[in-house]
Design a protein around this ligand. Structure first.
Ligand code: SF4
Length: 367
């Protein structure tokens, strides 16, 4: 349930064909899904399943695991079976692991043709195995492993080079009558990445997996992903996303789900609207906003909470929100859906907001 009308949609989604990654549909009219990738050794089954459970709890829809060794391939059947969300095996270099992953019950397999020698010779077999087991694929083109012929032709991993590589590889599968795959064309540069996806989206109806590769540590990677995905999603491009961060993967999921919420593509959860503070502030807004955010972090109901530093915009914003406070003179006026319900001492603002938020969440059946 949403407490206010849904935000307007930025652009209609581009029509892509729909594929299945396990029980999650990707493309077509399916919701844009959030992916992440485990950082555990895949053969450490307990640790990997534990991390997958944490990612699932954070809102991850699909999880990818690396499969660089025989031991990792042997772990895939148990991981695929026990994970509550579909598992994608990530394969580079070794075609034998593609077949192992398909047979292990993974929802999909990510292949990077640029990293598999004599890949073209194996396409028919891969298509047959994937079809037999109802497994989809991701063709993952990456700036760092682009076909040397294309690098020579374009001089660097330009959008055109990434797209030519992807379209060529897609054609190898389609010549076999195989269509259950999505494509990514990742680059660490936001502008190159956005342009590559735009061009790719023009050339076919493949479902697209968005990613900025090697996006960097959390601060930089969050901004790169938000700007790149925001630009593309605003044009209706993108069917599934993975935020890459040099940080714990749960952070990737948190950022990914928030990007979708703010783009109006996923139901909004709890949101804090807080002012930046200025010379008029009569309370430490930053500290108060942080305390409110921490206090309300377990609330998942779509409640908008305003935290404002003074009476200039405070009461107005607080009234617009579902719940809010406007501070001044050591006190906080508490608003619930536009009405002042009580005035409390500054040190009681957080607990009072939390009490009302819990009540609202309960009323919405999400307490
Ligand atoms: Fe400044 Fe008040 Fe606006 Fe906050 S609400 S930015 S303190 S004028």
């Amino acid at each position: 349930p949403s407490v206010r009308p849904e935000a307007p949609v930025l652009a209609p989604r581009k029509t892509t064909r729909q594929i299945q990654v396990g029980d999650v549909a990707v493309g077509g009219s399916a919701p844009v899904s959030v992916q992440s990738m485990t950082t555990t050794k895949t053969h450490d089954i307990g640790a990997t399943l534990q991390q997958i459970a944490e990612l699932t709890a954070a809102g991850c829809d699909i999880v990818r695991v690396a499969c660089p060794t025989d031991k990792d391939a042997e772990a895939l059947p148990i991981i695929a079976k026990q994970s509550r969300i579909p598992v994608i095996a990530d394969i580079h270099f070794q075609p034998k692991y593609v077949f192992a992953a398909i047979e292990a019950g993974c929802g999909a397999v990510r292949v990077n043709p640029g990293n598999i020698r004599k890949f073209d010779d194996r396409v028919k077999e891969i298509c047959e195995a994937a079809t037999d087991h109802g497994v989809s694929l991701r063709i993952g083109v990456n700036a760092g492993s682009l076909d040397p012929r294309l690098l020579k032709k374009y001089g660097s991993a330009t959008p055109e080079a990434l797209v030519e590589s992807a379209v060529w590889e897609a054609s190898l599968f389609e010549e076999q009558g195989f269509k259950d795959f999505k494509i990514s064309v990742k680059h660490h540069n936001v502008v190159t990445m956005v342009e590559a996806y735009r061009q790719l989206s023009e050339q076919g109806d493949w479902p697209l997996h968005l990613g900025v590769t090697e996006a960097g540590p959390a601060f930089q990677g969050t901004i790169k992903s938000a700007t790149a995905f925001g630009a593309l999603l605003a044009e209706g491009i993108g069917d599934t996303i993975r935020v890459s961060l040099s940080a714990p993967p749960v952070e990737e999921v948190k950022v990914g789900t928030k990007i979708l919420e703010y783009m109006g593509l996923r139901e909004r959860k709890m949101e804090i609207v807080s002012c930046p503070s200025c010379g008029r502030a009569q309370v430490d807004v930053w500290e108060l906003a942080e305390k409110v955010e921490n206090g309300l972090k377990d609330i998942t109901a779509p409640i908008r909470v305003a935290v404002m530093g003074c009476v200039v915009n405070g009461p107005g914003e607080a009234r617009e929100a579902d719940l809010g406070c406007a501070s001044g003179n050591g006190k906080g006026q508490i608003f619930v859906r536009g009405k002042v319900v009580e005035t409390v001492r500054e040190d009681a603002i957080v607990e009072t907001l939390l009490r009302y938020a819990n009540q609202m969440a309960e009323d919405m059946g999400e307490g």
